[in-house]
Structure formats: structure tokens, C-alpha cells
Design a protein around this ligand. Sequence first.
Ligand code: SAM
Length: 221
Amino acid sequence: MTSDLKRELMARKERMLTDHLAGRGIRDGAVLKAMREVPRESFLPPEMKFLAYEDGPLLIQEGQTISQPYIVAYMIEALELGGAERVLEIGTGSGYAAAVLSLCAAEVFTVERLSYLACSAEERLRELGYRNVTVHLGDGTLGWPEHAPYDGIVVTAGAPEVPDTLLEQLAPGGRLVIPVGRSQHLQELVRVRRLDGGELRYEELCGVRFVPLIGAKGWGD
Ligand code: SAM
């Protein structure tokens, strides 16, 4: 990357932080700090790096997307992390959100169903030094029971309904943030909180647009 492009990306990143994140209500200092630290350009194909701090999702490999920076920040803020949590992410994609999460939580487990994406994200996260992230290839609608329970679970693809498997892996006091909708491409972002007594509380946060969550407890292939 040329030094001119590096300088331009740093300026665009500052604009992302002030205009697209803080300017739209992201308040969690740890999330803003992580969004400043993680180089989104390193998670994009070479020809798209110059778009890294644009205010939108971008196409990555395998017909999938890296989510809009604002949505990444919003979903992580909605997990209400203090830094000591174990978090499960479903939908590793490029690994970008996992990297941001890794700076806001103690341990991150992330599941991707497409092997090319899982392998390249794992390699990228290792090269960039995100040591508290573990990538798993599999059907994330089933969660990752071996490491459960989780204090936070975030799903970055749209589900037809909240998978019971993920609810079972949510710790008392934990939060699950997931796009849910009857259409494969239009959802409501839902937060489910497991109260200390075990009871579940559902909240609708906002309308979102994600690629479909495909699997045993998601949409069919
Ligand atoms: N978090 C990603 C990032 O930062 O680049 C963006 C994720 S992209 C919007 C959604 C991802 O979910 C895709 O990579 C897709 O292959 C994956 N996905 C869909 N269904 C899945 C499933 N059942 N288990 C795991 N991953 C799944």
C-alpha cells in the first residue's frame, strides 16, 4: 500500500469514528477504541482496501459481506461488554468483527460455515496478532457447545427465528444479539437477555439487512 493511501485511510478512519459512529450515537469507549485500532483494510481484498472506511457493507469472497462499520459497532455495543467476557460470534466472514470483539472481551469464539472464509480469517487474525480469537468451521446455528456458556453471543447473519441452541449456550446474565426476520434479507435486530434466574427478555433494537444464516436452525441451503 502506498504511503498516500495509508494517510488517506487514516483520515477516512477518523471521519468514520466521528461522523458514522460517535455521530450516530455509539457511546461505548471500548468499542470506539477498538474500531480505531483494528485496520479494516486488512480484512478486505486488495482491490477494495481504499473503500475500507466507507459507510456501508462491502462484498468479500464467496458472495458474502463485511458488515457496515456502524452496524459492527452497534451490535458489539449492544452486547454490553466490560472486557472480561467470553463471546461467541456466528458468521466469521472476513474476521473483522471478531478482531473488534477481541479488544472488547477476554475470549472470542467464532464460527463460519464456509471453509475458504474460515481458513483465511483464521490466518489473517493470527498474522495480525489477535491471539484471543478461535475460529471454527461448522454450522453456527448449533453454536459451539464445547466452550459454552457464553456471556455474549452475536450472530452476523439473518435467522428466521432465534435458534434454541444458542439460547441454551447463553450464560445467566448473558446477552444474545441476532438479526431475525421472515424474509431472507430483511430483519429486526433482537437482543435476548438471560436474567440471573434463567428467564429470557426480548427487545427489538432496529431494522437491519444481513445475508441469510444458513444451517440446521437457520434457512435451508
Ligand atoms: N462478521 C463478518 C465480518 O466481520 O466480516 C461478516 C459476516 S457476513 C455478514 C455473514 C457470514 O455468516 C458469512 O460469512 C456467512 O458465510 C456466515 N454464515 C451464514 N450462515 C452461517 C452458519 N450457519 N454458521 C456460520 N456462519 C454462517
